[in-house]
Structure formats: structure tokens, C-alpha cells
Design a protein around this ligand. Structure first.
Ligand SMILES: NC(=O)C1=CN([C@@H]2O[C@H](COP(=O)(O)OP(=O)(O)OC[C@H]3O[C@@H](n4cnc5c(N)ncnc54)[C@H](OP(=O)(O)O)[C@@H]3O)[C@@H](O)[C@H]2O)C=CC1
Ligand SMILES: CC(=O)[C@@H](O)[C@H](O)COP(=O)(O)O
Ligand SMILES: [Mn+2]
Length: 426
């Protein structure tokens, strides 16, 4: 564990107190991105939108561009001409002269992440495709508010090495909660991090019941409204598995001291146990605008980011252990993370492929984690002492191909559209 105080951190030097921040938002059309834009629109004295980037949804991106007047827009996978025409049309309707710079193609998000006129990056993309943009944001000296947990899990030591102290800020609700609880003590006083899990839509299910669930069932999260991949990951408990590793990497707490408890109401967003037996918890409505606000406003709180929880009425909060037998994702991730510096990249890539296959009706729900297990077991990892970005990218590609082969799908690398197969960053 790092020998440092966790006390509330100082402002990064390049961000004066209460200063106006210019934020680049990656994944602006998604769940995190749209909530971030809503929050920033409510706090114009604190934030302006310096850049937006999305994958396919050019129609919504055009609306967001005109609404925010962001000077830089990135679009990865769709027709730039349609985006440009729609922006011009909406700007004319609004009566404004707005002609942003538009970057298109697979490197758009990384270029947006590096934009010099922004001092904060919010990475709200889904998947390990967010790795290169996270690295670009860190290397360009921005405060990086990280919702895209996959980039830290896949990049591991490489992302940590690229981040200056205090530069990488968690947006994931559990890790934002832990970061706040850690303001209450020093690293030497921390005994364990306790991540809460909602348990997902299949909490209490047997293995037999899980075999019969549909993609629609898996997307019916009991608490949170989120994108498709993370919602499916909540159902398999892969999300919690990724979060255990994320906590270990962010806070330098040993993996075995990053514990999980199921708390179905998900009002406690996580806890820290200290050496004297005290446990601090962060409690709030299950609303991502709180950790998003703290992430981009870090370490200052944004007033009224969400409405407070009312304690005026009776409430029942529940806690139960994880059923690791029926949901083996967390145990597998602990083993993978301890195995080598590339095993978690493999775990995550195989999971992304399997999740898509499940939603395409190609595999049943229990086969998601079963397939990830088989791919992880086949992997010959690279040790942390000599891992490079090329090693991580190669492990990613290998895992996607191995996973597709196991699932009887084509494994031509050109078809691995969800992969990090976007070439090396310059
Ligand atoms: N939603 C939540 O409450 C939480 C999310 N997270 C994490 O935040 C991240 C985002 O999740 P969520 O918002 O739910 O996901 P969504 O699926 O709702 O959104 C994903 C976003 O990524 C964009 N995107 C995809 N490919 C690219 C690309 N190549 N370049 C730029 N943008 C791209 C999508 O654009 P388009 O739609 O235009 O294709 C979309 O805007 C994930 O890592 C998730 O685990 C963490 C905690 C909570
Ligand atoms: C909001 C958030 O941070 C998600 O990661 C959420 O925690 C998912 O909940 P479960 O994975 O516990 O179902
Ligand atoms: Mn989370």
C-alpha cells in the first residue's frame, strides 16, 4: 500500500479553486456522457464543454454540438458528412454561426482527448477501446475523470505510470465513494475496501435459472440505468470483478483486501474499513451525476449535483455475501489479476466478445463467464516488469480471436470491431 496520506487532496496546480473548467467528453451520447452534459449545462459558471466524441450516433452528437457549441467534435464510426450537414442545419435553425472542427475515424477519441484547449477529460466510452484516449488525456496533462474502468484494468501498470499523482480521478460510483471515504484517514490506517454490489437482476438465482435468462432479462437492472455492456456485466458480476481490480489499481490496496458485499438497495456506494474498527461509508441516491460532478470538479463538490437522500422515512437496507459458486466472475478476476500484467486485458476482451455474442443470441448467459474462463486459462501472460503497450494490444487481439473461435464465430482480425485493433498511438 502506498505510504501516503489519503486526506482530501489539494487542487491540481493547473486548476485554481472554483475555477472554470473546459471539459472534453468522450462517449457524450451514452449514459455517462448525457448525464455529464446535463450536469455541466446546470453549472455553466464551473464548466464548459470543450470537445465531444462519440462512436456512431451522429444525430445526437450534432444536437449536443450545437447545444454546447463545443469547438471540437470527434466521431469514430459514422459518416462525417452527415454529421457536418446536420450541425450546419441545426446551427442555422438556432440562428448561430457555429462551425466546429470535426475529426472522424478510429483515432478521433484519442485526438479529442489530447486537445490542448481542454484541461479536464471525462472518459465515458465503453470498453477497452478507451485505453488509448485515456493515455492521450494523461499524457496531455489533463485531469482525467475516468468512467471507462476498462482502460485502467486493461492498461494496468501502463496507465498508472502515465498518471501523475492526483491526475486520475475515479468516476465509477464505488471508487468515487471509496476516494471520499479515504479522505477520513491515512493509507496506514486502511484495513480493507468494501465495494458494494447491487447483485444485479439475477441476485439469488440458481445455476439452472441462469441458464434460461434472456438478453432482455439481463438488461433489466434493479437500480441503475446504464449502457448495455456494463448492465450485462452487472448481471454476470463481471462488473464487480472489474471493480475489484480497479480498486486495487487506483488505491494500491492488496487485491485480497478489496472485498465485496451485496447491498441490493445500492444506497451505500462503498465503504472503507480502518484499523481501529471504524467503517466509513459514502451514501447517496443512486445517481451517477454525483460521482461525475466530483470527478470533473475534483476535489471540489458541485452544489446540488443530486438531490440528497431523505432519512425522514423508514428504510430497510440489506447486506448479503456474494454467491461465488453461481457467479464465479469475481474469483476468476482475482486469479487473472494475480497471474500476469496481460491476463486482465484478456479477461476483459473475452468478456466484451462474449457479451456481444450473448446479445446476438449465439451463447447462453452462463456461457459468458464460462467462455472468459476458458480464454483466460489458455493465456500465456507477460510479467509486469516488462509489459509494454504492444503486449497489451497483442493480448487483446489474441483474446478476441480465441474467444470467437471458442464460440464458433469468424475470427478474422479485421472483423474485431470492438477491439483495440486501432493501431499504436504515436
Ligand atoms: N452508465 C453508468 O451509470 C456507469 C458507467 N460506467 C462506465 O462508463 C463507461 C460508459 O458507460 P455507459 O455510459 O453506460 O455506456 P453507453 O453504452 O451508454 O455509452 C458508450 C458511449 O461510448 C461511445 N463510443 C463508442 N465507441 C466510441 C469511439 N470509438 N469513440 C468515441 N466514443 C465511442 C458511444 O457512442 P455511440 O453511442 O454514438 O456509438 C457512447 O456515447 C463504461 O466503461 C462503463 O463501465 C461506470 C459506472 C457507471
Ligand atoms: C453506477 C455504477 O457505478 C455501476 O458500476 C453500478 O455499480 C453497477 O452496479 P452493480 O454492478 O453492483 O450491479
Ligand atoms: Mn460501479
Amino acid at each position: 500500500m502506498r505510504d501516503a496520506s489519503f486526506a482530501r487532496p489539494a487542487l491540481p496546480q493547473f486548476l485554481p479553486p472554483q475555477s472554470h473548467r473546459t471539459v472534453a467528453v468522450l462517449g457524450s451520447t451514452g449514459s455517462i456522457g448525457t448525464q455529464a452534459l446535463e450536469l455541466m449545462a446546470r453549472n455553466p459558471e464551473r464548466f464548459s464543454v470543450g470537445a465531444l466524441a462519440a462512436g456512431n450516433n451522429w444525430e445526437l452528437l450534432a444536437e449536443q454540438a450545437v447545444a454546447t457549441r463545443a469547438p471540437l467534435i470527434g466521431l469514430a464510426n459514422s459518416d462525417p458528412a452527415a454529421l457536418e450537414a446536420r450541425i450546419a442545419e441545426l446551427a442555422a435553425q438556432t440562428g448561430i454561426d457555429y462551425r466546429p472542427q470535426i475529426i472522424c475515424g478510429e483515432h478521433a477519441a484519442a485526438e479529442v482527448a489530447a486537445a490542448e484547449h481542454c484541461n479536464v477529460l471525462l472518459n465515458g466510452m465503453t470498453g477497452s477501446i478507451g485505453l488509448l484516449p485515456t493515455l492521450a488525456g494523461l499524457e496531455s496533462g489533463k485531469l482525467v475523470a475516468l468512467a471507462n474502468k476498462e482502460s485502467l484494468i486493461v492498461g494496468g501498470a501502463l496507465v498508472k505510470a502515465a498518471a501523475a499523482p492526483g491526475q486520475l480521478i475515479p468516476v465509477d460510483s464505488e471508487h468515487s465513494a471509496i476516494a471520499q471515504c479515504l479522505w477520513g484517514g491515512t493509507s496506514a490506517e486502511v484495513r480493507a475496501l468494501i465495494l458494494t454490489a447491487s447483485g444485479g437482476p439475477f441476485r439469488g438465482y440458481t445455476a439452472e435459472q441462469l441458464a434460461a435468462v434472456s438478453p432482455a432479462d439481463a438488461l433489466d437492472h434493479p437500480v441503475w440505468k446504464m449502457g448495455k455492456v456494463i448492465t450485462t456485466n452487472s448481471a454476470t458480476l463481471v462488473n464487480k470483478a472489474l471493480e475489484v481490480v480497479e480498486a486495487h489499481l487506483l488505491f494500491d490496496v492488496p487485491l485480497e483486501d478489496c472485498r465485496v458485499v451485496v447491498h441490493p438497495e445500492h444506497l451505500i456506494h462503498s465503504m472503507v474499513e480502518f484499523t481501529d474498527g471504524a467503517v466509513l461509508a459514502q451514501i447517496s441516491q443512486p445517481d451517477m451525476r454525483l460521482p461525475i460532478a466530483l470527478g470533473i470538479g475534483w476535489p471540489e463538490r458541485i452544489p446540488a449535483a443530486v438531490s440528497p437522500l431523505s432519512f425522514a422515512e423508514s428504510m430497510n437496507w440489506h447486506f448479503e455475501p456474494v454467491d461465488h459458486q453461481t457467479f464465479p466472475a469475481i474469483t476468476l478476476a482475482r486469479q487473472a489479476a494475480a497471474s500476469s500484467a496481460t491476463h486482465m486485458a484478456v479477461y476483459n476482451a473475452a468478456n466484451e466478445e462474449a457479451v456481444h455474442a450473448f446479445h446476438d443470441g449465439l451463447i447462453k448467459f452462463p456461457e459468458i463467464v464460462a467462455t472468459v474462463t476458458r480464454v483466460v486459462e489458455q493465456h500465456d501472460g507477460v510479467p509486469a516488469e516488462r509489459v509494454s503497450l504492444d503486449d497489451v494490444l497483442a493480448a487483446e487481439r489474441w483474446a478476441r480471436t480465441a474467444c470467437r473461435t471458442l464460440m464458433g464465430q469468424p475470427s478474422n482480425p479485421d472483423q474485431l470491431t470492438t477491439s483495440l485493433n486501432v493501431g499504436k498511438q504515436n
